[in-house]
Design a protein around this ligand. Structure first.
Ligand SMILES: O=c1ccn([C@@H]2O[C@H](COP(=O)(O)O)[C@@H](O)[C@H]2O)c(=O)[nH]1
Length: 291
């Protein structure tokens, strides 16, 4: 049986529902605002409601695992139920887990999140390449084997990251490039190497580039993406952190067609009653900007 690739499913989700990704971040203040307990049960109810509101409106959801993990094993059970709902609704799920380690340790993270049939199965996860992109070799292999995806942090939306991600690589093939640019180049090469069909929409390996940034400061020239660029971009930072959907093209330039516009607090804070309408509005706004 041929396994569809994450990149193909991302292209289908974009075509059917646009480029919005709804974050599932059950902050304690949001649970309170929604009239829910600050507990695993509250996080489960919140997450399942977000999935129900997103289903048929947006194509992609991104649970932030930290907000479930804070309730220990009960939080993971809650998350497993949210993920089961999302899979059943046909949503593409990006687990914001930001895992990174070496060898068999990082391999175990990939097994947990990317193995078909795993209770925590998602379509893609976020991973950190700051132990070296090479340390992610096994997650990359596991993702590609199972038709899953990875998003490597490259230029993150938080202001504290600039010192590390704008730093210049000292040696090796990327000497002289910024760390962020080096990650982007590695991902582009890995995608090109993995492609098996002549006209793929997207590769299955992407990068995180925050919507709050001037990417030129990270050594990334968004006007100069390769014309056949396959690299999807997970873009947190819209909404609450200050990124504006109207600036999508000026922030991401030639990458804009592959940008997953991720918003959490700005839509979730609308409350459970108004969430579906807020998602519909955002989907249309992103669609209007993309033309
Ligand atoms: O660079 C990054 C990477 C991940 N995030 C995560 O995305 C959401 C953003 O939430 P908002 O409420 O829309 O600000 C959150 O889960 C972050 O951990 C990010 O913000 N920046």
């Amino acid at each position: 049986m041929t396994v569809s690739t994450f990149g193909d499913r991302l292209g289908e989700a974009f075509a059917a529902r646009g480029q919005l990704c709804v974050g599932i971040d059950p902050h304690s203040w949001l649970l309170a605002g929604w009239g829910l307990a600050d507990s695993a049960a509250g996080a489960e109810s919140f997450g399942r409601s977000v999935v129900a509101a997103a289903a048929g409106r947006a194509g992609i959801v991104k649970p932030q695992v930290a907000f479930f993990e804070r309730f220990g094993s009960a939080g993971f059970v809650a998350l497993e139920r949210v993920l089961a709902d999302a899979r059943a609704a046909g949503l593409l799920v990006i687990g914001d887990v930001k895992r990174g380690d070496l060898g068999t340790s990082v391999e175990a993270y990939a097994d947990a999140w990317l193995t078909p049939g795993s209770p925590l199965e998602v379509d893609a996860i976020t991973v950190t390449p700051f132990m070296g992109v090479g340390s992610l070799q096994r997650p990359i292999e596991i993702a590609l084997q199972h038709g899953k995806g990875l998003f490597l942090l490259a230029a993150t939306s938080n202001p504290e990251a600039a010192g590390v991600q704008q730093a210049v690589v000292a040696g090796g093939p990327h000497a002289g490039l910024t760390v962020a640019r080096a990650v982007l180049e590695d991902v582009a090469r890995l995608n090109a190497d993995a492609v098996t069909v002549t006209t793929p929409t997207f590769g299955s390996l992407g990068v995180v580039l925050g919507a709050t940034l001037d990417l030129a400061e990270f050594g990334i020239d968004v006007a100069a993406a390769p014309k056949n660029c396959l690299t999807p971009v997970l873009a947190p930072g819209f909404g609450h952190q200050g990124g504006n959907i109207m600036d999508l093209v000026s922030i991401y330039g030639e990458y804009a067609g592959g940008v997953i516009v991720s918003e959490s607090r700005s839509v979730l804070s609308q409350g459970s009653d108004r969430l579906a309408a807020a998602i519909e509005r955002r989907v249309s706004e992103v669609g209007a900007v993309r033309g």
